[in-house]
Design a protein around this ligand. Structure first.
Ligand code: A5P
Length: 235
């Protein structure tokens, strides 16, 4: 049983690397590059870091999370703060679910707000993922909603009125999870999202919500790797 689980994890890692390797070909010298968060984006960042460190590739990076910035800096990648950035040429990031029309759920790792800021400002936003992320409808993966801490309980009630079961995210040590922006996260389950546009407008109407993990009309293309190969999916 343990061996089977290890095999699945290894197979997924191989697929993620395949997508990351293809996405690294998109980087050109002089670009300002948005670095996503999560395990697949991290593989791509390591490949990018090797090119910066060992081959003198000249780029400037913008980080979608503090973890990502730490990883990038460990390779000597130069960063510009989001607040000082005036253009992003390319962003590569992972996803938790990829539905038709390249609608996404993101934020499983807790970084959805910054990820969305970076993605929405990018001229080219590319998603890298293994094929297990592809779904027909969003909603099986818990949808993270970032909330102002003092509003968490009221926002939770409002989300439950939409049909969700909500759970305040905690860290493994039992403390409440605090985002890079000092907010809290509600992980929302129990709703198959039939119409993501409608859901987005309903969630956005709840005061106290800072951002949610549904990404619509942002992705230029997705590089999705399976054991059989790699496909480039466009809307
Ligand atoms: C981070 O908060 C997320 O949006 C990640 O991009 C997403 O969870 C995908 O992560 P993996 O590449 O680790 O599956």
């Amino acid at each position: 049983m343990l061996e089977q689980i290890e095999d699945v994890i290894e197979a997924k890692a191989r697929m993620k690397m395949k997508a990351a390797e293809r996405a690294i070909e998109l980087v050109e010298p002089g670009m300002t590059v948005g670095l996503g968060s999560g395990s697949t984006a991290s593989m791509w960042i390591r490949l990018l870091g090797e090119r910066v460190r060992d081959r003198g590739l000249q780029i400037t990076a913008v980080a979608s999370s503090e973890d990502t910035e730490r990883l990038g800096r460990s390779y000597g990648i130069p960063f510009v703060a989001i607040g000082k950035c005036d253009r992003i040429d390319l962003t590569v990031d992972g996803a938790d679910e990829i539905a038709p029309r390249l609608a996404l759920i993101k934020g499983g790792g807790g970084n959805l707000l910054r990820e969305k800021i970076v993605a929405s400002a990018s001229k080219l936003f590319v998603v890298v993922a293994d094929s297990s992320k592809v779904v027909n409808k969003l909603g099986k993966f818990p949808l993270p909603v970032e909330v102002i801490p003092m509003a968490a309980s009221l926002v939770s009630c409002a989300l439950e009125e939409l049909g969700f079961t909500t759970k305040l995210r905690h860290r493994p040590d039992g403390s409440i999870y605090v985002t890079d922006q000092q907010n809290h996260l509600l992980d929302c389950t129990g709703v198959t999202i039939e119409d993501p546009y409608q859901m987005v407008s309903e969630i956005n109407a709840i005061v106290g919500v800072v951002e949610h993990g549904i990404f619509l009309d942002m992705v230029n293309f997705a590089l999705i790797a399976s054991e059989d190969g790699l496909i480039e999916r466009r809307v």
